[in-house]
Design a protein around this ligand. Sequence first.
Ligand code: PMP
Length: 424
Amino acid sequence: MDRTNSRDRALRERAQAVIPGGMYGHQSVGLLPEDYPQFFARGEGAHLWDVDGRRYLDFMCAYGPNLFGYGQPEIDAAYVRQLGIGDTLTGPTELIVQLAETLTGMVTHADWAIFCKNGTDATSMALVTARAHTRRKTIIRAKGAYHGAAPWCVGRPAGTIPTDKASQILCDYNDVASLEAAVAEAGDDLAAIFAAPFKHDAFIDQAAPDPAYARRARELCDQTGALLVVDDVRAGLRLTSDCSWSLMGIQPDLSSWGKCLANGHAISALLGSDKARKAAASIYVTGSFWYEAAPMAAALETLRLVRETDYLQRLESLGRRLCDGLKARAGAAGFGLRVTGPVQMPLFLFDDDPDLRKGFCWSSEMLARGVYVHPWHNMFMCAAMTEADIDGALDAAEAAFAALKRQAPDLGPVEKMAFLTAQG
Ligand code: PMP
């Protein structure tokens, strides 16, 4: 897509002057194909418009927060109503109690909640709570798993020092022997085992959690007195309305939530069981905006829709339609396309594509046809998508596979964004 003379291009140039690197984090310049827009103008339902007025069916859903559709009327009305009454005040409103009651009623393991703003707040609070509870230091987490952008877990080393990641042991997700070895190495200093609900690392195939791994993590925590933490920031509410590992009958001691909890409004949470209540009450955690009432009103409305609608069946059936349709179309075009992860959060990777050339090229072809897909990160379904949207995306995919076939193989090397993979 030619973006010369576009508004996006002009904004990129201005951003280069006033935003380090032109943009940061997961929207850093260079992480996506060149023709992807950097700037958006608006969103509605399942669709996004870039600053040049192009409309896309959005399979990224803001990297997760969009669960019921951008600007979902009931959720946004609750938000705006509360904004008119009072948002950031000297202290919380009664909504904080209602929301904590709602979440502890929904999530089996949870007896209490602390609210914050981003997923990283919640995972970092889980770390501190576990250390306060056990009075020990060491945590175990899986190689390559993303838990946020704080120095203790961020993948890119710039600006961090080795002690930021001291007292951590990395294991291989779903590998019981490696988990057991990590616990043995921690000796009598184990504070927590962190786990993603399923393997949803970038750049590689996603994988379901092995129930044996989850069970062993639970047992090892029980044996050692460490806390089990499930990081449900990304997958929360997309697999079940309970904590994701409850699908395997495993209850953690702590779980972190964020992203779609208020359908895009800024709120996240750490939920915990009674076991960890005293420790959670002992740590000092807060933020100027952590009591904000309007996102809590939006979260309550989001959770009402979670309870009262068939959104989950919708996500599943739409996701299945997309994933099955894509596999069939890729196969018919002669491409090996690996579609991994739960259908509500699928990831598409091409066979024989070590530097993601095919993935980048295909994604660009999809974008040109009005479908925003991601070449190396899992995507997200939202309940505002329709069967017709999915069928349109599949038509686009068929044309994009055909276009990919016509491309010369030398598209130029694509950086694999090593800083994101190099967790550790
Ligand atoms: N944990 C997981 C599993 C995540 O996917 C993310 C965000 N992608 C985070 C934590 C951090 O959340 P946030 O970006 O809201 O700080």
